[in-house]
Design a protein around this ligand. Structure first.
Ligand SMILES: [Zn+2]
Length: 238
């Protein structure tokens, strides 16, 4: 079920945007709108997305929706068929497990490479993003919190200068949020999020390569313990 388009003005309240492309393209807004619906589980795997319905909800042309759907297809969030239309993609447990493993490997390695080698400017930026993330969590702005978390990890990973791997990390984080955020049984907790990410900032800014790698691994490995049960994927795999 589609909900109405979200008010993104609260982003300016935090004075920092989690969206890297701050273009004014309408299709980007439609993309974010649909991405949010899929990430938070308002649009379920297998559910059809009718271009006209989205165009009405977003007050835009059908061509704009098509452009956004193409980008969602490239992100692996929807599957498009000529004759069956567009449907929300599913994610199996097997795929999610591989995604977590890849993410873990990337962030662990980045941690090793950048430990104690992070500029004061980047450190400040990480704290700034973390504050916005925790605020979004306390306001129960689930998608915004997800966007800030992805920005946090992308900002840290950028320091390792592994540009070719950045889209892979971004993709892994996006799909993991889809698994975790569509199954939230308790509200997001800013304090808890703060504690988890502070450990990453501390070890990456002041720790040894192994301490940074361990913190990165710990941050991702809890996904295995918490979310990789068969039960989680009952409604996600199609
Ligand atoms: Zn995180």
């Amino acid at each position: 079920m589609l909900h109405s388009i979200s008010d993104r003005s609260l982003v300016s309240r935090f004075g920092i945007s989690p969206w890297s492309s701050t273009s004014n393209r309408k299709s980007d807004a439609v993309y974010l709108y649909l991405e949010e619906q899929i990430i938070v589980g308002a649009l379920k795997p297998g559910e059809a997305i009718a271009e006209q319905t989205v165009a009405d909800a977003c007050d835009c042309a059908q061509g704009t929706v098509r452009e956004a759907l193409l980008k969602l297809q490239q992100s692996g969030l929807v599957v498009r068929h000529d004759y069956k239309g567009t449907r929300v993609a599913g994610i199996s447990r097997a795929e999610a497990v591989e995604i977590v493993k890849i993410r873990m490997q990337l962030e662990e390695q980045a941690g090793r490479m950048i430990a104690s080698n992070i500029s004061g400017e980047t450190r400040d930026r990480l704290f700034e993003i973390l504050d916005a993330m925790c605020q979004a969590a306390d306001d129960n702005e689930v998608f915004l919190c997800s966007a800030y978390d992805r920005l946090f990890h992308a900002t840290l990973f950028r320091q390792a200068n592994l540009r070719g791997l950045e889209p892979i990390l971004e993709r892994c984080a996006l799909h993991m949020h889809r698994v975790t955020l569509s199954h939230r049984d308790i509200p997001l907790n800013g304090e808890d999020i703060h504690e988890k990410h502070i450990a990453i900032i501390e070890t990456h800014c002041n720790g040894t390569p192994e301490e940074a790698a361990n913190a990165a691994r710990g941050h991702v490995s809890f996904l295995f313990d918490r979310w990789m049960s068969e039960h989680t994927f009952l409604s996600l795999s199609i």
